[in-house]
Design a protein around this ligand. Structure first.
Ligand SMILES: [Zn+2]
Length: 422
């Protein structure tokens, strides 16, 4: 279905000409015979392309019946797409590199670039991006160029389970260039199937004309037999990470126990959030019924004439801190060298230090307000214009990262500065 543009869309007009105007059949100078109008989204805003189409003026020339499009058009967007390459790459990168969900990508596109795309459209573009990416990754010519200066290849194989309960994805990587060679989902992963992958790796290495110096894996039986069969003279070592993980098991058990203790201690996020939301609701009511004195009494810690948006922005910072802490408590990232519990402890300390810096800034900055509690510091405005982008990046539920405490301070800084000027 063609894209529905709102009637008041303000398009930038880009006119494109054919640069090489010699007829490909007879070499004559070609004429403009038609125009093609296209509208598309770019990261710079909506664009209307005016493509001047050329053809050969000689009716008897085969170049007469065919039109030539401006060369630049394909570098802006592929035929009949509603988005340019820049938006396409933006979507693909968010999905493949940052693992953002389709709804998350959709809301960021809308928030940051005012680009409105349906779930289906985004899913379709992601699929095309993956096809292009896979084609590029497996392009033998590109691979040969990359391995020109490599003397010896080091290969690894491992099974990953991107989603629990699904088939295992077997990934063959080359470690000197840190490159995934190929990956295949194997439903049963019999020794024969695994060996087929290892044979494929041998074919790749042979086509590059480079010797394989070493294989690394977790030494599952299927890997042992497959590699021994396909690479009889190549050493096969334990992967450091698996090895370390096994060695570190007792440490990780203690680490996991520490995590449980920390989670027990850091509680009450939901209560804080509910209180903030309730306060926010009360504020909204207040702005509706401005004369009700009791309503104003309840929540405002700062100056009594604080208008609504200020409390609003303060609430947002509190909610961001809650999101940060929740993200920290839910994170399972880490490995034997960076146990998740240690990461958690460090991150929680960062939050505590951040809160303390806010309190210190408040004490030093504002003499007027005698409340030491930091919500008082946040009754001032933090400028709404700029942080939109950061906010959506930081607070989205689907994001794996949590808001950095330092970012939250960055939001609070103007609040504190303003309050010191009172
Ligand atoms: Zn011609």
């Amino acid at each position: 279905m063609p894209y529905q543009w709102p009637a008041d869309t303000d398009f930038a007009l880009w006119e494109l000409d054919v640069v090489d105007r010699a007829c490909p059949a007879c070499g004559r100078m070609m004429y403009i015979c038609d125009h093609r109008y296209r509208r598309l989204h770019t990261l710079e805003g909506p664009v209307q392309l005016v493509c001047k189409l050329n053809h050969c003026p000689d009716r008897d020339c085969p170049g007469h019946a065919k039109t030539k499009s401006p060369e630049l058009e394909a570098t802006i967007a592929p035929p009949s797409w509603a988005i340019g390459w820049d938006v396409f790459c933006w979507i693909g990168h968010r999905r493949c590199s940052r693992h953002m969900s389709v709804p998350h990508i959709q809301s960021e596109l809308l928030d940051d670039y005012a680009i409105k795309l349906s779930h289906d459209a985004i899913a379709k573009y992601i699929q095309r991006y993956q096809v292009m990416l896979a084609a590029r990754q497996q392009d033998p010519e590109a691979l040969r160029r990359q391995y020109e200066s490599v003397d010896e290849i080091i290969l690894s194989i491992d099974g990953l389970q991107p989603e629990k309960g699904h088939e295992t994805l077997y990934v063959v990587r080359e470690l000197t260039q840190k490159r995934v060679w190929f990956a295949e989902a194997l439903i049963s992963a019999t020794a024969d199937e695994v060996r087929r992958l290892i044979a494929k790796a041998r074919e790749w290495a042979e086509s590059l004309g480079k010797p394989v110096g070493l294989w690394l894996s977790d030494k599952q039986d299927a890997f042992l037999t497959g590699i021994a069969a396909e690479f009889p003279d190549v050493a096969h070592r334990y992967c450091d990470n698996h090895f370390l993980r096994d060695v570190a098991k007792p440490v990780l058990e203690a680490d996991s126990h520490a995590k449980v203790q920390m989670r027990k201690k850091v509680r009450g996020l939901r209560k804080i959030e509910q209180a903030v939301l309730k306060q926010h609701a009360a504020e909204t009511t207040k702005s509706v019924a401005e004369d009700d004195p009791e309503a104003t009494m309840t929540v405002v810690v700062g100056p009594a004439d604080t208008p609504c948006p200020e409390a609003d922005s303060a609430s947002a910072v509190v909610l961001d801190y809650c999101a940060a802490v929740r993200g920290i408590l839910n994170s399972d990232q880490g490995g034997p060298l960076q146990p998740p519990g240690l990461r958690m402890a460090k991150a929680l300390n960062d939050v505590r230090a951040s809160l303390q810096r806010n309190l210190d800034a408040k004490k030093g900055g504002s003499q007027k307000s005698n409340s030491a509690a930091w919500p008082a510091a946040s009754t001032e405005v933090w400028t709404k214009s700029r942080p939109n982008k950061r906010r959506s990046e930081n607070t989205s539920r689907t994001s794996r990262r949590w808001p950095r405490p330092s970012n939250l301070e960055w939001k609070l800084a103007p609040i504190a500065r303003r309050s010191s000027r009172h």
